[in-house]
Design a protein around this ligand. Sequence first.
Ligand code: HEC
Length: 185
Amino acid sequence: MYRKLLFAGMLVLSLSTCKQGIDKETYTKFQTRGNEVTNLAQGTLLAKVGSAIQQGGPEYAVEFCNLKAGNIVDSLNQVYNCTISRVSEKNRNPENELKDKIDEDIWRAFSTNNQSDTLLVGKNNFVYYKRINTAMPACLKCHGNPETDITAATKEKLMTLYPNDLAVGYKLNEFRGLWKVEFMP
Ligand code: HEC
């Protein structure tokens, strides 16, 4: 029943897409851009966090996971004329919560299927979403089982910086969050 509602919702979304007369070419263009810019953001973030882990362990690397740290997304936002963020239902940083009904609907859809990305067409903008899974064992050093995967020092650091942290208890390859890229055409 619930699934049916969800698919009906997706259908309405795609119908309204047609109504606004967005052609396949534009759709593909923004979907491709979204994929590109999130790959670049993710690559930069992983490289920074990876080298920080090597330098000082996960407790030291905690501070390198924020997108604002080291201007990771600032220049990408400018080059691609977009706003990049990450959102999650079980967010660590309070700023990364699901922001509205659309975020929530997309979240539910991505939780029940294995979809990797989607592009929504708004009145004046495009919003690209892409799945983030805990795809590497390293993710669990900060998002895994607090008893077995996360060291005491890392837990302490996380508790100090993120007292309302919801982002623990994950296993490998679980749905962890969404990249969200808002384009202003
Ligand atoms: C060294 C610790 C550490 C590692 C390793 C790590 N994360 Fe995180 N993660 C964090 C911290 C800290 C935040 C909060 C960042 C902020 O302030 O925006 C975060 C935030 C996130 C968010 C944004 C939503 C939220 O909860 O605020 C996602 C998505 C995410 N991590 C996924 C991953 C994935 C996938 C991996 C593995 C590839 C990973 N993380 C590895 C520490 C880590």
